[in-house]
Every structure is written in structure tokens, then in C-alpha cells.
Write a protein that binds this ligand. Structure first.
Ligand code: HEC
Length: 383
């Protein structure tokens, strides 16, 4: 090639691509795809095919919310979104926590991929755009109202997209099949599930900590469709019950049973990635767990997480009389294990395998660990 021409091309290309460190489009999309599909990333909810989960998690494939530039989707990813939204004409009630795992560059790769995967045709996103938003956006989690005030839809999309006021009674009173919400729960990390089971037992399962956080039965399920704002400006779901069972955590030492059901706690939501008191100890392992996702087994959630090379599943259902919850665990490959339960005057705990100790430890042999169940029932108060 003519040396002048190649120098000219070099200048041109380096100028055009400088903000994306001169990486090719293919390279950017490849990295974005890998990050999108990584553990704990968008894939856990929006799924590999970008279609989301019917009735629960909205799709990214074909979503109008990605249109008209990337400011809106950058803002959602950085700060989260809590409140009912409509995406391409369909309604969703769950909440999305801020995606805190990714630095500016990684989030730019992910959003570039999302913008161009599954038939989407939007712009690439630069790390400068993400950095600017991270600097300038207020720290609060967005509600649909605050988000759409800042990043409104163009008229041609606004009919099928936006927010709405739920018309059904949002305190579920009679539950005939499990109801699962991804929402902000008091005393849990931003990655919590609130689940209602037939028989009206309700629990909070924290994907940030990979553990059951608490279970309650009186007072009804959460009022999940409204964002409630706690004293530190974070949204939390509200419920009126007092948990009959809860897992201890070193991160919330001061919190009493009663405080959990109050929305105005000082620290309703906390970062659980540092929790060092994971209730399952496997022989010779010190690692912390990572959440792998959940599936539904006849409507009941089965959570999956990994600890070292072991995969643990926890399916939560009811006993036949519907008087309590049954947590069925599998550990694979099986290994000697200790499950720390939290005994209290409010619940009785029965395990079908292993040896139970008065301090709540359940000692399991390798054989026991492959499949075991724990029944937790509330103890009637005597007053
Ligand atoms: C824990 C589950 C979860 C994870 C992880 C998650 N989202 Fe979401 N996302 C949601 C939910 C739920 C909503 C709807 C929120 C609402 O209704 O207020 C949503 C909404 C969105 C929307 C707007 C609506 C739409 O469908 O276009 C975008 C854009 C989005 N998410 C992008 C992402 C990206 C990018 C990531 C990864 C960096 C991600 N999400 C990770 C659950 C999740």
C-alpha cells in the first residue's frame, strides 16, 4: 500500500475508534456477549435469548426501552428500576436491582451487545457514556416515573411502553399457587426474592447471600407493587407479619425479629457479597457461594448455587398439611456438610437426615448430603 495512504488510514481509524480503544465491532460484541452471559449477570433474569421470563422479567430482545439512544438503559443498569412497567405492551411488576458488578468498560460492552443481539439494531455504547452517567445520575434507584421523566419515550413508542397503576389488590390474601417476586426486601440484599406459597407461608430468599433469610405467615404477603421508601432513600417492599424463622447474618447484628417487618429500618438493604457466615459448610471449603439461578418445579422455586466445585439446590415447598415450609436440599457431588439452622422459640425444626444439635447445627454425612429436607413450622404463641 502507498505509505501516505496507509498513514492517512491509520489517522482516520484511530480518530474514529479512539473512544472504543480501536477494538473491532465484532470484538466488542464478543466481549459483551461473554459478560452478559456470565455468572450473576443480566442472563440470570433476562435469559440468554433476551426474551426475559414470561409475566415476570421483561425482554431485552426487541425492547422499545433500548431505543432513542442508550441513556435510558445505562441509567437502569447503573441505578436499578423498581415499580410496574409496560414493555412492548406487556406488564411487569418485578424490580431490577442496580448492576454493581461491572465497571464502565464492562457495562459498555454488555449494553453494546444487548443493543445488537437478537435482531436489535441500536448503537454501540462507549465507556465514556457509562462513566458520565455514573458520575451524574442521582444515587437513588429509579422508579418508572423518575426514569421516564428524565428519559421519556418518543410518541411513537409511548403507547406500548411506560408505567401503569396496578388494578388488582396487591396484598395477596388467598394463595393457590406459588407467587414469586423479585423485589427489594427489608433486611436483605438487593437481590432478594419474595415468595408466597399456598397455605399462606411467605419467605424471603436472598440471592445475594444464597440463603433463606426469613419466613412469615401472618399479616399477608408483601405489597410489592408500590415502591416504598425507607429512611435511607432505598425502595423496599412492605409486609405486616413477624417472621417465625430467620437466618442469622453477621451483617445485621442489631436487627430484632420485629424490626424486619418495619420498612423504616436504618439499614433495610445491605451489600451481602461480604457475608462470611454462609450457613452451609462443606468439608475443607472456605469459599463463599455464588448464585446460579432458579427454576420452577411445579411452580415451586428451586434455587441453585455453587460452593467450590459443589452445586447446591434448595427447593422450598409446603408439608402436606400446609402448616410449614419444607426446604429440600441436594449437594452434588455429595460431601460431609454442616447446615447451620437458627433455633428459636417461634419455630420447630425437623430434619429427615443427619444429626441435629441443640445449637441448630445439622451434621450430615456425605451420603446424607445428596438429598435432605428440613421442615420448619411456626409454634403457636401462647397468649
Ligand atoms: C435480578 C434480575 C435482573 C437482572 C440481573 C437484570 N435485570 Fe434488567 N430488569 C429486571 C426487571 C425485573 C426489570 C423490570 C423492572 C421494573 O418492572 O421496574 C428489568 C428491566 C430492564 C430494562 C428495561 C425494560 C426492558 O425490558 O427493556 C433494561 C434495559 C434492562 N433491564 C437491562 C438489563 C441489563 C443490561 C442487565 C445486566 C447488566 C440487567 N438488566 C440485569 C431484572 C433484572
Amino acid at each position: 500500500m502507498n505509505p501516505h495512504l496507509s498513514f492517512f488510514l491509520f489517522l482516520l481509524l484511530s480518530g474514529v475508534c479512539s473512544s472504543l480503544s480501536a477494538e473491532s465491532r465484532d470484538e466488542i460484541l464478543r466481549k459483551g456477549k461473554e459478560l452478559y452471559n456470565g455468572a450473576g449477570s443480566c442472563v440470570a433474569c433476562h435469559m440468554a435469548d433476551g426474551k426475559g421470563q414470561k409475566g415476570n422479567i421483561p425482554p431485552l430482545a426487541g425492547s422499545d426501552w433500548l431505543k432513542e439512544g442508550s441513556d435510558r438503559s445505562i441509567a437502569i443498569s447503573l441505578r436499578g428500576l423498581a415499580g410496574p412497567i409496560q414493555v412492548n405492551g406487556k406488564k411487569y411488576y418485578a424490580a431490577m436491582p442496580p448492576q454493581l458488578l461491572f465497571d464502565d468498560e464492562k457495562l459498555a460492552y454488555i449494553l453494546s451487545y444487548v443493543n445488537n443481539a437478537w435482531g436489535n439494531q441500536e448503537d454501540l455504547v462507549s465507556k465514556e457514556e457509562v462513566a458520565k452517567a455514573r458520575r451524574e445520575l442521582s444515587q437513588d434507584v429509579f422508579t418508572p416515573q423518575t426514569l421516564l421523566k428524565k428519559f421519556p419515550f418518543d410518541k411513537k413508542y409511548s403507547k406500548k411502553n411506560g408505567t401503569f397503576t396496578p388494578t388488582f389488590d396487591d396484598t395477596l390474601t388467598e394463595i393457590t399457587r406459588p407467587v414469586i417476586y423479585r423485589t427489594f426486601m427489608p433486611g436483605a440484599s438487593p437481590a432478594a426474592f419474595a415468595v408466597a406459597l399456598p397455605g399462606n407461608h411467605y419467605f424471603c430468599w436472598d440471592a445475594g447471600e444464597c440463603r433463606l433469610r426469613y419466613v412469615w405467615t401472618k399479616g399477608g404477603f408483601i405489597k410489592s407493587n408500590q415502591a416504598h421508601w425507607s429512611s435511607n432513600g432505598k425502595p423496599v417492599a412492605e409486609f405486616n407479619g413477624t417472621p417465625y424463622y430467620r437466618a442469622r447474618t453477621t451483617l445485621l447484628e442489631d436487627e430484632s425479629f420485629d424490626e424486619l417487618s418495619k420498612t423504616n429500618m436504618q439499614k433495610p438493604i445491605y451489600d451481602t457479597s461480604q457475608a462470611d457466615d454462609f450457613p452451609i459448610r462443606l468439608k475443607g471449603l472456605k469459599e463463599t457461594p455464588s448464585f446460579l439461578g432458579y427454576q420452577l418445579v411445579e411452580g415451586y422455586p428451586k434455587f441453585r448455587y455453587s460452593l467450590g466445585e459443589h452445586t447446591i439446590t434448595e427447593l422450598i415447598g409446603m408439608n402436606d398439611k400446609k402448616t410449614g415450609i419444607v426446604r429440600t436440599f441436594t449437594i452434588s457431588p455429595p460431601t460431609e456438610a454442616v447446615l447451620q439452622l437458627t433455633p428459636s422459640a417461634f419455630a420447630s425444626i425437623n430434619c429427615d437426615q443427619g444429626k441435629s444439635k441443640p445449637d441448630g447445627k445439622l451434621l450430615l454425612s456425605a451420603k446424607d448430603s445428596s438429598h435432605f429436607s428440613v421442615l420448619i413450622t411456626p409454634v403457636e404463641e401462647t397468649n
